[in-house]
Design a binder for this molecule. Sequence first.
Ligand SMILES: [Zn+2]
Length: 422
Amino acid sequence: MRFIAVTGLTALCIGLFAYLGVSRASGLMNGPEFVAALNNYLRLQYEAEFYVREFENELDLMVAEKEKFPSRELDPLSTRPYAELRRLWPLIVFETDRLAEAYQAFLESGGGEDRLTLSDARRWLTSLTEADQLQILPLLLKLKDISGDHGPFPSWVDQSNLGALFRKNEAEIASKAAAYAGASRRRSERGAIVYPSPDSAGNFTGNLLPENVYVFTFDDGPGNKSTLRLHKVLTEYRDPLHRSGAPATFFVLIERVERAPDVLEATQALGFRINNHSWTHPDFSKIGAAQLRREIVDSTYELKGYLRTSFRFFRCPYGACFAPKVPAARELIAEQGLIHAYWNIDSLDWKNIGHPDRTVSLVIKEMQVRKRGLILMHDIHESTVDAAAGVLKWIRSRNEAGAHLQMLDLENAVDLVNQLGS
Ligand SMILES: [Zn+2]
């Protein structure tokens, strides 16, 4: 009797440990989630396929137009298909890595639940048509690399030129690409998780980000010397996805922009994202309705003028714009079509001016605790520039040691959350 009880308990413990092991190793994915993620990945690839085709159509039109009017300036990268591809690019790279990592974890642990997951995944892979396989080629290459020769991979997978295969499957690829892109557009109109709204859907904290994804945000600028030096630091830590270097999002004050429009212009020219942090940085809980309008509505209009384009986020000074104190602020922000960007990792750099090491240490510890997040910093302090360099250096060294910490700008991060959640 006693023996049976102990055995039962042991089995339970082994089961529990096995379960925890799987969850940790595979980024919290079980079998059905893994197959759902594979399906989502196929959808993303077809969607990107659609926009590459659209992009090529735009190029054809531009080539013809340029021939007719040689002096006309045309910019393929300012077209809608290109914007869609820029949105999909980080998503696809992120998902390729995440799925390959999970597959490897399932392969390494090899038994029980994981064997079921692996056979689910292999069944999914063998159910694909040749057209589908061509769409998910980057993932197939990684999976084949991970598993050696074991796995249901087509023989052509690592050949360098698959032109004939693509031509053979052209009809199916074209029709699926159009169907997936259309479905995605309908879904994004309906099912976004984060969007402009005075309730919680319109307040992005970073808590919803997938594990290992981080966003740098810099407030209260543009500063003069410090912001320009920060540009250099970010550029040094170049990310293959971002021509400008490590991605970062700046929340600027109009009163500062008026004093340093050239710094704003440099930030934008380098490809960093710029959003609104109000006109004069008052505490919203202490001002009247007329000033609140100026700080949110007028400043948004003004910043669009400076940027010559729209933007998507607003951050209240001190983060102070929550009910019941100032619900009006969040309503005005949503009315402007903006999402409120809060944070879930606070560098406290304003308290550690001249002491960047402490800021680095606080941020790294918060990153280790939260595992994901929106990092709040201020580019008006010289010591913050040093702190940012320290955090970026740490991220790089962690990644060189095999971690997969990813930096995104806020825009791509919110798109990622909406896409993965839909
Ligand atoms: Zn601020």
